[in-house]
Design a protein around this ligand. Structure first.
Ligand code: FAD
Ligand code: NAD
Length: 465
C-alpha cells in the first residue's frame, strides 16, 4: 500500500491538473487505457481531422454551382487514417513518457491499470493483463474517468460485431456500405465523414429527426439536408442484427413496418455512459445520479470530502471544453482549499461538426416556452449576407433569442458554414452580460465577413427599446 497526497484517475482532462504547482505533492496518476483520454485519442481531435478531410472530399459535390467543375478521383483511406493517427499517437506516447521519465515529474507515478475503490479512501489498481498492481491511499482523489460508448441491448449485436467511435476511425479499409444506429453528435459527424469519402451511408434514427436536442428548427433543417446526402431512416427502431451472406443485416421496425438493411460495417452511436461503475464508488459514500454520473457540488467536490470529480464522469455536458474548465476549477480548489472557486456552467456552448455545421448556446425556443421565459427571436439567413452570396449558401441561418425588455441574449443557434466559429461572439456577449443592442451597434463588424450573420440577427430582434 502506498500513500499519496493526490491520486488522479484518468489522463484526459485529469492529466492537465498536475502542473508544476504540485511539485511538492506526491502524486499518482492512474490510466487504464491510452494516455490522453477520449478527446485526443478517439474523440474531438481525430474526428475533426477526418471532418476537415471529408469537407475537402465533398467540395466537388457543390463547387459546380459556382461554375467550378471538380471531380473527386480518389480517397486513400489508409493514407488519411495513418496521417491522422501518425500525428496523434506520438502525442499520446509523448504524454506518457513525460509523466514517467521527465525531471518535472519526479514526484509523479503513472500507473497503467484500472483503479477501483476497495474501501473508503483506498483505490486498488489492477493491471490490464490482470493482477493487482498496487493499493493506493491518498489525502485527495480526483475522479476524471470519463465515459464510454453505450452498447444498446439489441439482440445479435454482440455476436455480429460492431464499431463504436472508439474503433471506427482505425478501420483497415473503407467499407462500401455503413449503417449507423443513432442520430446525435457522433452519428451526424461520422455520417458526414464517411458519405463524403464515398461510402453508402444509412443512418437509423429512433426519433423523427436528427440532432433532436437542438432547437427544433435547426434539427429539422439539418435532417432535410442530411436526407439529400445519404439515407436517413427516421422513426426506425433496430430490433435485431445478424451476419448474413452479403454482410451485416440490420432489422428495423418503423410505423411503415419491418425493414432490413445490409451493410459492411455497423456503427453504434447512441450516447455515452459515465465510467463511475468501473470505479466502484459505492464503497466511498459518493453519490450517483440515476444515469451513473458522479454527483458533485459547485466546487466539483463529491459528497466525500477531498474527493473531486470532473468531466464526463460527472458532467451532463460530455464536452471537452467543459471537462477542461472543470479541471481548472479542481486544480485551483486543490491548491487553495480556503479560497475555492465555483464551476461556471451558465452558458455552455457546443457544436456539431457535420455538414453543415451546427452550433448552439443557451436556451432553445422550446426550452424558453417550457420555462415560461419571455423572448423575441431575431433571424438571419446566410443567403442574405454578402459572404453567403459568395458561397451561394441557401440553407444556413442563425436565430437569436433575447429578452424583449432588456435585450439580454438568451440563446443562439446557427446552422451553416463555420457555425462553430460564427457563434463565438454571442457566447462572449452572454458570458459578459452584453445586451443585444450594445453588441450589435457598439462595435464594428468586418464587412463582408460571416459574422455579419450575427450582427443582422441581432438587429432583427424586435426589442422594446
Ligand atoms: C467521437 C467523439 C467526438 C467528440 N468530439 C468532441 C468535440 O468536437 N468537442 C467537444 O467539446 N467534445 C467532443 N467529444 C467529447 C469529449 O471527447 C469528452 O467530453 C472529453 O474528452 C471528456 O474528457 P474527460 O477528461 O472527462 O474524460 P476522458 O478523456 O474520457 O478521460 C478519462 C480517462 O479515464 C480512463 N479511465 C476510466 N476509468 C478508469 C479507471 N477505473 N481507472 C483508470 N483509468 C480509467 C479512461 O481510459 C480515459 O483515458 C467527443 C467525444 C467523442 C466520443
Ligand atoms: N462535436 C462535439 O462536441 C461532439 C462530437 C461527438 C460526441 N460528442 C459528445 O459525446 C456524446 C455522445 O455522443 P453520441 O452521438 O453517442 O450521443 P448523443 O446523445 O449525441 O446522441 C445519441 C442519440 O442516440 C439516440 N438513441 C439512444 N438510444 C438509442 C437506441 N437504443 N437506438 C437508437 N437510437 C438511440 C438518442 O435518441 C440520441 O439521439 C455527446 O452527447 C457529446 O456530448 C461531442
Amino acid at each position: 500500500m502506498t500513500h499519496y497526497d493526490l491520486v488522479v484517475v484518468g489522463t484526459g482532462s485529469g492529466n492537465t491538473i498536475v502542473s508544476k504547482q504540485f511539485a511538492n505533492w506526491k502524486v499518482a496518476i492512474v490510466e487504464k487505457g491510452i494516455f490522453g483520454g477520449t478527446c485526443l485519442n478517439v474523440g474531438c481531435i481525430p474526428t475533426k481531422m477526418f471532418v476537415h478531410t471529408a469537407d475537402l472530399a465533398a467540395t466537388p459535390s457543390h463547387s459546380s454551382r459556382l461554375g467550378v467543375d471538380e471531380k473527386l478521383t480518389g480517397v486513400r483511406w489508409p493514407d488519411i487514417r495513418d496521417r491522422i493517427f501518425g500525428r496523434i499517437d506520438p502525442i499520446s506516447a509523448g504524454g506518457a513518457e513525460y509523466r514517467e521519465h521527465h525531471a518535472n515529474n519526479v514526484n509523479v507515478t503513472l500507473y497503467h491499470g484500472t483503479g477501483r475503490f476497495t474501501a473508503d479512501g483506498e483505490l486498488t489498481v489492477t493491471a490490464n493483463e490482470g493482477g493487482e498492481l498496487e493499493v493506493l491511499t491518498a489525502d485527495r482523489f480526483v475522479l476524471a474517468a470519463g465515459s464510454r460508448p453505450i452498447v444498446p441491448d439489441i439482440p445479435g449485436l454482440d455476436e455480429t460485431g460492431f464499431q463504436t467511435s472508439g474503433t471506427i476511425m482505425r478501420l483497415e479499409q473503407l467499407p462500401s456500405r455503413l449503417g449507423i444506429i443513432g442520430s446525435g453528435f457522433v452519428a451526424a459527424e461520422f455520417a458526414h465523414v464517411f458519405s463524403s469519402l464515398g461510402v453508402e451511408v444509412t443512418l437509423i434514427a429512433r426519433s423523427d429527426r436528427m440532432l433532436r436536442h437542438e432547437d427544433s428548427e435547426i434539427a429539422k433543417r439539418y435532417t432535410e439536408i442530411a436526407q439529400e446526402r445519404y439515407t436517413v431512416k427516421l422513426l426506425h427502431e433496430t430490433v435485431r442484427v445478424w451476419r448474413g451472406q452479403d454482410g451485416i443485416v440490420v432489422k428495423t421496425l418503423s410505423p411503415a413496418g419491418v425493414d432490413e438493411l445490409v451493410v459492411d460495417e455497423l456503427l453504434v452511436a447512441v450516447g455515452r455512459t459515465p465510467n463511475s461503475d468501473l470505479l466502484n464508488v459505492g464503497v466511498t459514500g459518493i453519490e450517483l445520479e440515476s444515469d451513473g454520473r458522479v454527483v458533485v457540488d459547485e466546487f466539483q467536490e463529491t459528497a466525500v470530502e477531498g474527493i473531486y470529480a470532473l468531466g464526463d464522469v460527472c458532467s451532463p455536458y460530455q464536452l471537452k471544453h467543459v471537462a477542461n474548465h472543470e479541471a481548472r476549477v479542481v486544480q485551483h480548489n486543490l491548491l487553495h482549499p480556503d479560497d475555492r472557486i465555483d464551476s461556471d456552467h451558465r452558458f455552455v456552448p457546443h457544436a456539431v461538426f457535420g455538414s453543415p455545421q451546427v452550433a448552439s448556446v443557451g436556451l432553445t425556443e422550446e426550452e424558453a416556452i417550457e420555462q415560461g421565459v419571455r423572448y423575441v427571436v431575431g433571424r438571419e439567413a446566410y443567403a442574405d449576407i454578402a459572404y453567403g452570396w459568395a458561397m451561394e449558401d441557401t440553407t444556413g441561418f442563425a436565430k437569436i433569442l433575447a429578452d424583449p425588455d432588456t435585450g439580454q441574449i438568451l440563446g443562439c443557434h446557427v446552422i451553416g458554414p463555420q457555425a462553430s466559429t460564427v457563434i463565438q461572439p454571442v457566447i462572449q456577449a452572454m458570458s459578459f452580460g452584453l445586451d443585444a443592442h450594445t453588441m450589435a451597434r457598439g462595435q464594428y463588424w468586418i464587412h463582408p465577413a460571416m459574422p455579419e450573420l450575427i450582427e443582422n440577427a441581432l438587429l432583427n430582434l424586435k426589442l422594446k427599446s
